[in-house]
Design a protein around this ligand. Sequence first.
Ligand code: NAD
Ligand code: MLT
Length: 523
Amino acid sequence: MKVLVSDPISDKGIEILKKEVEVDVLTGLEPSELVKKIGEYEALIVRSETKVTKEVIEAGKSLKIIGRAGVGVDNIDVAAATGKGIIVVNAPEGNTISAAEHTIAMMMAMSRNIPQANASLKNKKWDRKKFMGVEVRDKTLGVVGLGRIGAEVAKRAQGMEMKILAYDPFITPGRAGELGVELTTVEDIVKRADYITVHTPLTKETTNLIGAKQFGMMKKGARIINCARGGIINEEALAKAVHDGTVASAAIDVFVKEPPFDSPLLENDNIIVTPHLGASTEEAQVNVAVSVAEQVINVHKGRPVKNAINMPYVKPEVMQVLEPYFPLAEKMGKMCTQLIGTNFERIDISYSGEIADKNVAPVTLAVLKGLLEPMLGAGVNYVNAPGIAKERKVKVTESKSKTTEGYPSQVSVKLSREGEEKMVCGTIIGKEPRIIRIDEYSIDVVPSGYMIVAKHKDNPNIIGPCCMILGKNNINIAGMQVGRISAGGDAIMVLGVDSDVPDRILNEIKSVDGIIDAKRVVL
Ligand code: NAD
Ligand code: MLT
C-alpha cells in the first residue's frame, strides 16, 4: 500500500505506517497538485487543511481509505467517497480533552482579558484598570452540543462552580442527569446563559445555529465561545453583537474560512482568537495520528476499522466476536449468487442464536459484498454495497431470532426473484466457517475453493457417474457431502474439487440420469 499524508501529523503515526507500508509526506499541496498525485495512492491521511473534494476522490482511482487525524470530516466529501467504496475514518476520541481544555482556557482568557493585557504590557503599558475581568463562579454556561467535548467542558465548568444548561437533540434526559446539566432549548440558553459555548459538528442544521435572531434574544453582556467549527455561530452577526455591546466578548478558535484574514472577528479587541488550536497539543496529535495510522494498516491487512464514518460502528469487544463471521458471510453471499444467478430482487438475511444479540450490521454488509461481488468484482466493498443494492432496486431485510437449529449461532441468507428462492445457512465451528444448509438440505461443508452443487434424485448410480466424469477429466475430488430429506426423494450433493470445472464438464454432469441441476461455485 502507498499512503499519502497531506497535512502535518505526529511522527508517531508516520512511524507506525512506515513499518508496514510506503509513505509519502507531502504537505501544503495545491488542490490541483493533489488531484494530479492522488492516483498513485491507496490511502490518504489529512487533518483539516486538505480539502478532499469530489474531484480529488474521482482522481483517486486506487484509494481505499481516507483517514482524518481528528474529529470533523467537513473537509472530506464523504458522500463521494462512499459512492466510490472508499472508507472514511476519523480519530474522534484522541483530541477530546485537548479541545475541552482549550475551550476552558479561552473562556478564562476572555473573562480576564489575558491576551489583551499581555499585548498591552509587552507594549510597555501598565494598565490595570482597563483589563478588569469577571469571575465565572456562579455564572450560567450554555453548552450547545453535549457530545464528547461538550460533556468534558460541562464537567470542567462545574468544577469552577458554574451552572450548566445544555441543548443537544440527541442526548437523553438520563445522560443529562448523569452529567448534572439542565437540558433545554437553544432559545432558553440564549436568554439565560452568561456564557455560551458550541460543540456540535457543522451540518445544515447547525450552520448559523446562533445568528442575528439569537443575538437579538440574548442576555445583555453574554460571552460567546466557539472551539467547534466556523459557521455554527454567524460571524457577521457575532461581530455586530460585540460591536453594539449585546455580547461583552467572544473567544473564537475556528472560522468559516481559515485562515480568516478577512473575517470581521479579527477587528474587535473584545474578540480573542486562536488559529484553530483546539486539538494542538502534543498528546492529542500523537493520539489522533496513531489512531488513523492503525486504521490505515487495518485496511491494508483486510481487518475491520474502529472509526469508520461511512460504515456502522461496532464496539471492539463485539467486533472480536463478529470477526469470524465476515469471511463466512461473504462466502455465503457469493455462494447464493452463484446458485441462483445475478438477477435477484430480494435479500433476506436472518441471524439466530447468540449472534442475534449483537450489532450485526457489518456482517450484513459482508453478505451484501459477497452477493454483489460475482457481478461487480473488486468494485464492491463494505462501504458501497448497500448503495449498489439500492440502486439496483434489490430489497434487503435483516431479522433476528433467539432460536437456532442446534448451533449456538446461525446466519441465513435467502435470495429471491419471482417464483424462485435460494437459501444458504452458515455457522462458525471453532473459528472456522461452515455451510450447514442449502435450501431444505442439511449439510456440513467448509466454504472454500471450487465446488459443484448438484440437486439430484436420491437414487443409486448417480453420485458414481458424476465422480467418474470428474476423474476422467483429471479433476481431483477433495471432499463430498450429500444431504437429503427422505430416502428416495430429492437430495443435494456438494463436491469440493481441486480445480475449476469447465462448462463442458459441468454440462456432462448435468446430463447424468437423475441429476436435476448442477451449479459451479467458486469461493
Ligand atoms: P461529538 O460527535 O462527540 O459531539 C457532537 C454533539 O453535537 C453530539 O452529541 C450531537 O448530538 C450534537 N449535535 C448534533 N447536531 C446538533 C444540533 N443541531 N444541535 C445541538 N447539538 C447537536 O463531537 P465532538 O468530538 O464533541 O466534537 C465537537 C465539535 O468540535 C466538532 O465540530 C469537531 O469537529 C470540533 N472539534 C474542534 C477542535 C478544534 O481544534 N477546535 C478539536 C476537536 C473537535
Ligand atoms: C478536529 O476536528 O479534530 C479539529 O478541528 C482538529 C484538527 O483539525 O486537527
